[in-house]
Design a protein around this ligand. Sequence first.
Ligand code: NAD
Length: 298
Amino acid sequence: MTAIGFIGLGNMGGPMAANLVKAGFTVTGFDPVDAARAAAEAADVVLAASPAEAVVAADVVITMLPSGKHVLDVYQGDDGLLAAAPAGAFFVDCSTIAVSDAREAAALVVKAGHRALDAPVSGGVVGAAAGTLTLMVGALPDDLAAVRRILEPMAGRIVHCGEPGAGQAAKICNNLILGISMIGVSEAFVLGEKLGLTHQALYDVTSTASGQCWALTTNCPVPGPVPASPANRDYQPGFAAPLMAKDLGLAIQAAESTGTTSNLGALAAALYREFADGNGARLDFSAIVNEIRDGSAA
Ligand code: NAD
């Protein structure tokens, strides 16, 4: 099983497909954007003229697309992936999409006679290029076992989260924690400034005390304490604020549909949506610290 059809060769999909080529798989890809096609071709991905053409001989179909609507649209119809792929193909959706869309997509895949896995990722474009992404997989155990060696060149870690849809569920729960904790860390640094604390002093205490978290010790929102954090390079992403806004939107959608109380999640989603639509459109999500400072009394 070595033929892979790869749909969506953007910031994440491009380098993921390139790593599969490097691992020795034949990857046939499609993306409508010229720049994405050119980069993929340079990485020895075979370019197809349509999504259907990319999967017509595929054992495994990987999608890495912006939203659930993109995934559902490209799967369906006479010229869709489900109709074009050989019977029994493994459909692995690595996009971040709503849990409800992932479950709908999986049902369509199975109905069409194929096998369904969701495998959203974390690790960003750096992890995609390095082949060190964490893949959160929703799949039947046998299906994951069958495709594991194809996922491995893209992954530093593969976590089996449960049946189809469970990968997306884990992904949005993680990013619910991350979005809320980044705002908490940012509010603490701005409060510390007002109280006369240096960033370094506050960092030295909180990074080894009970305030410790990834938003603080890896992606610290103020320049200085963590040299590799985006705050030290004018908040160039990293993990862009619009992606955080998207993921929190998916988390809140899931919270509402399951009747889960998520007061801080709803607030974090609203704050990130406002930030992503304004000053944060091209910045790392940690730059929200500057909105909090700007919104505070002088
Ligand atoms: P991107 O916009 O760079 O890439 C998406 C690609 O899909 C684009 O190149 C677009 O042209 C292509 N596309 C759209 N419709 C298509 C179709 N019908 N057929 C083929 N290609 C099509 O986005 P990205 O940053 O690569 O993100 C992809 C997914 O990964 C998203 O769901 C995102 O939330 C998730 N994600 C991104 C990051 C990140 O740091 N960028 C991290 C984790 C997860």
